[in-house]
Unconditional design. Structure first.
Lengths: 502, 423
């Protein structure tokens, strides 16, 4: 099988990019990678830093925090403290991938395989992305958002807009729906609806507050809470119910909320997404080599980059900063393939359904139907735990010591897997904060409930900071109660004063 | 199907606005940082941009997150010798490594200050914000002797190099139309008659037709004789002189180099002069500097000698003032130059010279200069200070003095001298 190499030098050209893209695309089709059309954009390092600052989005509204990120990245980059990513890829249709001009041809091939076929197929296939994001309209929506916010800045001043955005950003993680997605609407309708919403909301909000207390009965009806059910999406609640906000302010909250929602699946599928992309660049590049399309030089350069991407420092290494999602994801997918192709006794015991099954089908299933927590719980094999030498540390503040609760041995696999899965459960990692009550007839104060997870407090300083932001949005006092598993209030934060109950 | 796009040609300045927003938000902090650096920086890199550091806490964006208590489990890689059930004492200083969340670039430990760079222009802007050069406006209005030419419509007379071709041709065209109106009316009339004759059946009036044709040709010839362009048509761009505020400044530095001036004092003086120089440079297109050093007699010298050569002897300040006056008269006519004088000294002067100084400044220099700033680098007031006090009282607009005790006073004193005065 002597076929011509696609190229041998390290320089890339646009023609070569096209040639490689076609070759990799053909292979990807063989592996049934279903992708959005690709839009590959070559950029330079400064543009890459720009892209970093705007969370990778090609257009974003203006805010000082993006400037801060930009300055920080610039400084780190100039000081040589930080290398730039080889690529950034955006969940949109067409799928936009940025390639750095400094990359060699081999690197560009790696990046095309990684981003344009790995990530891209993940965006299109994974159920969270399908369900929660609209790849077709995100760019339009960002354009709308940027124009709208720009207009607001002109009308109401940069300061007023900035103050509001600060408050919204602080609550961004509390601005997502986790369980239910409202019906999707197209981007053009967004603009029209923004206007209709204005009028409608303003009318209805006044109704809510038109509560002249009729004291003459003196009878207290069974106290009804508002909202009747706790609301997990704090920003949504504020947008719809805060009494004093102007219409443009509600629209701004909505924009931040929408963007938070768009990014939510990415935060839930970090391991899976990066693992999937790494698995495919690994597979596709080897396939290129096996077909004789690239030479040894390329594959060696590729392996060098690949091994630094999936490098996992040990816990006692100074470079250690948590588990590398690329490594974990890559290892799981690769082992999954092995379990399908060359199952051993252990695998048959642990994965009776998939040991020996069609690997491509199994991998696609594993990619499309899970998020990090369920993916790990389902597919983390004992072998990967052994190879990565995982162990679990148990830190209970009621005990004076730390305990190794499980290691990579027969008795520990299950516990280890469960606790790693837990570690990727955003529901546990992020404080669970919901809107609980509004004192509609009284001082209009807003009460939030933080349901404590395993007795973990909120970080008090930031909690107070955020309550101040929330106060700005709500317009009246805001309380936040941390409630433990027995239903007792452990801590209480309030914008007028802070009291601690213990 | 993939599309490949080269975006490198797009400007990479996408973050400019966001960067400005950031600088704007932390303006006061950045200003403090700049002012602090002024006193510590060596003189040579005063002109460069700088690193600004802001406490990380001030730029943080809060998000709800868990405190460090409660019961938590964390999985780590790379086990070497641990077994289930091993116990350790809790390490001092809270929990172990946090989760690897956030972007990978953000590895720096959270305690560091937030550091970023601003460039030279921004540095100077923060440095000189809210300061102004006194009497700048007055100079602009009153003494302007420089002019710039500005377009001001068109004239019918002028030199050939200002000829406006389009306007001239347009005028010629208009003239031709105006002058030929009568003939063209007749031509039109004749042509209509001719056409009527032509379309009439029969061979009648052949002669009349011929006659008409001749008449038309005649008239057309006459039209063609109209001059294509005439003196009368010419239009010229009109330029008028607009008085231009002088954009040149000269800074006269006077320093006492007598024995009592130590290295330290000179260093402070140098920094002060440098600040003033940067400030002038920022306000004027061209800035020149004159150095005058003096002990008992004054001499103009170059920068190096000014700051570094050591002399001994007594002090006669008026000699320098008189020399300055001479130089200004010879080389820097005040109607063309904005003149700033800065004097630094330890305040020592020969007693009987004080009156001479007073006279030199009030009678000779004050009428010429924009501003005279005197800094006394000493711990207590010397005799020169008291002499100048009178001048300051009488000529508030043009004269100011301040005292510098040590290095850290330089910038505050500079600010006090050039503070924007609220009218």
């Amino acid at each position: 099988m002597t076929r011509q190499y696609l190229s041998t030098g390290s320089e890339w050209t646009f023609e070569l990019l096209d040639v490689y893209d076609k070759a990799i695309g053909n292979l990807a089709e063989k592996f049934e990678l279903d992708t959005y059309p690709n839009q590959i954009e070559v950029i330079n390092s400064e543009q890459m830093i720009d892209a970093y600052a705007a969370v990778g989005m090609p257009l974003m509204y203006h805010h000082w925090s993006f400037g801060k990120k930009f300055l920080n990245n610039m400084q780190n980059y100039r000081r040589g403290r930080m290398g730039l990513a080889y690529e950034i890829v955006i969940n949109s249709n067409p799928c936009i991938a940025y390639l750095m001009e400094e990359n060699t041809m081999a690197m560009q091939a790696l990046v095309i395989a990684h981003a344009c076929y790995g990530h891209n197929s993940f965006f299109k296939g994974n159920y969270l992305f399908r369900q929660w994001t609209s790849a077709d309209s995100i760019i339009d929506y960002l354009l709308f958002a940027r124009h709208y916010i720009h207009q607001c800045e002109e009308k109401y001043g940069v300061d007023a807009v900035e103050e509001l955005l600060d408050a919204c950003h602080a609550l961004m993680n509390q601005g997502v729906n986790r369980y239910m997605r409202p019906s999707a609407i197209s981007a053009e309708m967004e603009i029209n609806q923004a206007k209709e919403r204005e009028e409608y909301i303003q009318r209805n909000i006044n109704d809510l507050w038109r509560t002249i207390p009729s004291k003459k009965d003196g009878q207290t009806k069974a106290k009804r809470r508002f909202p009747a059910e706790p609301e997990e999406n704090v920003l949504y609640f504020i947008e719809k119910n805060a009494p004093l906000l102007k219409t443009w302010q509600r629209e701004l909250i909505r924009i931040v909320r929408k963007i938070a929602q768009y990014f939510y699946p990415q935060r839930q599928t970090q391991v899976m997404n990066e693992g999937w992309a790494s698995f495919w660049h690994f597979t596709l590049m080897h396939e290129l080599y096996n077909e004789g399309l690239i030479n040894e030089g390329y594959i060696l350069e590729f392996l060098h980059s690949h091994s630094s991407v999936v490098f996992q420092p040990d816990f006692d290494d100074p470079r250690y900063s948590g588990i590398n999602p690329y490594t974990l994801g890559f290892n799981i997918y690769r082992d999954l393939r092995r379990i399908c192709e060359h199952p051993e006794e252990e695998d048959k015991l642990w994965f009776p359904d998939i040991a020996g099954s069609d690997w491509l089908k199994t991998l696609h299933h594993a990619m499309s139907q899970f998020k990090d927590e369920s993916f790990i719980l389902q597919f983390l094999s004992p072998r990967v735990m052994r190879e990565m030498k995982l162990f679990c540390m148990d830190d209970d503040d009621r005990e004076p010591y730390l305990e190794v609760s499980a290691i990579h041995d027969e008795s520990g696999y299950k516990a280890l897997r469960a606790s790693l899965s837990n570690q990727y459960n955003l529901g546990n990692q992020e404080p669970n904060i919901q809107v609980y009550d509004v004192d509609v007839r009284g001082d209009r104060s807003l009460t939030l409930i933080h349901t404590m997870h395993k007795g973990q407090n909120l970080d008090a300083d930031t909690a107070m900071e955020i309550l101040k932001h929330l106060h700005l949005l709500w317009g009246f006092d805001v309380k936040l109660n941390s409630v433990d598993s027995s239903g007792e209030i452990q801590h209480s934060y309030c914008t007028s004063e802070t009291h601690k109950v213990s | 199907m993939s599309i490949i796009i080269d975006r490198r040609l797009n400007s990479g300045k996408k973050s400019t606005v966001n960067r400005q927003r950031f600088l704007r938000r932390y303006k006061s902090t950045i200003k403090e940082s700049v002012q602090e650096q002024i006193n510590n920086r060596s003189i040579t890199d005063m002109e460069q941009g700088t690193d600004i550091s802001i406490p990380r806490k001030d730029v943080s964006e809060p998000v709800f997150h868990h405190g460090d208590n409660g019961h938590r489990q964390r999985v780590h890689p790379g086990n070497k010798e641990f077994h289930s059930g091993d116990r350790f004492n809790r390490p001092e200083g809270g929990q172990g490594q946090g989760p690897g969340k956030g972007d990978a670039s953000n590895q720096g430990s959270g305690i560091d200050d937030f550091i970023f760079q601003i460039n030279r222009d921004e540095f100077l802007q923060y440095l000189f914000e809210d300061l102004e050069l006194p009497n700048l406006i007055k100079k602009e209005l009153m003494d302007s002797t420089e002019y710039s030419l500005k377009r001001a419509g068109f004239t019918t007379a002028g030199s050939p190099d200002r000829l406006n071709v389009i306007r001239s041709l347009r005028a010629a065209h208009a003239r031709r139309i105006a002058l030929s109106g009568k003939e063209r009316l007749v031509i039109r009339e004749l042509k209509r008659e001719l056409r009527e004759l032509e379309v009439q059946p029969g061979q009648t009036n052949r002669e009349k037709q011929e006659q008409l044709r001749i008449q038309i040709t005649e008239l057309n010839k006459k039209l063609r004789r109209l001059p294509f362009i005439d003196d009368f048509d010419l239009r010229f761009n009109n330029l008028v002189k607009v008085p231009q505020p002088s954009s040149k400044a000269v800074m006269v530095c006077i320093m006492d180099v007598s024995g009592s001036m130590t290295r330290e004092i000179k260093d402070i003086a140098k920094r002060f002069f440098l600040l003033l120089y940067l400030f002038l440079e920022k306000n004027y297109e061209a800035t020149e500097v004159i150095f005058i050093r003096h002990h008992t007699e004054a001499r103009e010298c170059n920068e190096h000698d000014f700051f570094y050569s050591q002399e001994t002897g007594g002090t006669i300040v008026s000699s320098a003032l008189i020399l300055a006056h001479q130089i200004i008269n010879d080389r820097y006519p005040p109607e063309k130059w904005n003149i700033y004088m800065a004097q630094a000294s330890d305040g020592d002067n020969w007693d009987s010279d004080n009156q001479a100084c007073h006279d030199a400044i009030t009678q000779k220099l004050i009428p010429l200069v924009q501003y005279f700033a005197y800094v006394e680098i000493a711990n207590r007031h010397q005799n020169l200070w008291h002499t100048y006090k009178d001048i300051e009282r009488t000529y508030k607009e043009h004269f100011a003095q301040q005292q510098i005790h040590d290095q850290s006073d330089i910038y505050p004193v500079f600010r006090r001298l050039f503070e924007k005065k609220v009218d």
